[in-house]
Ligand binder design. Structure first.
Ligand SMILES: [Zn+2]
Length: 108
């Protein structure tokens, strides 16, 4: 059966810790996480696609607090927020440099 609500856990942290200072932003972020069965829709903002503006705002506040957003977002949503990076640059490949004799400029 598909889950419609993400399970959550309460965490106690020091108020003056980085996460404690950004607790409201972390709560806001979680409030605007999509359900596993509908990863493209914010369940809090009616009719809004995810990530919604409120999620973006909470993410910006967490970023300002120097917290890693990826630690607060479920892993199944990571590809939606951070698409795979381009493949690494391949090491130098020895491409043929000279066309060789006989293959000159064909125009002319
Ligand atoms: Zn939302």
């Amino acid at each position: 059966m598909e889950e419609d609500i993400r399970p959550v856990v309460g965490v106690i942290v020091a108020t003056n810790s980085p996460l404690g200072r950004a607790a409201e932003a972390a709560n806001d972020l979680n409030r605007h996480l999509p359900a596993p069965s509908a990863p493209g829709i914010c369940p809090t903002c009616a009719g809004r696609f995810w990530p919604c503006a409120y999620f973006d705002d909470a993410a910006a506040r967490l970023h300002t607090a120097r917290l890693r957003l990826s630690d607060l977002v479920p892993l199944d949503l990571h590809p939606r927020l951070w698409p795979l990076p381009p493949p690494a640059v391949t090491p130098e490949v020895a491409w043929p440099q000279d066309p060789g004799p006989g293959e000159g400029d064909r125009h002319g």
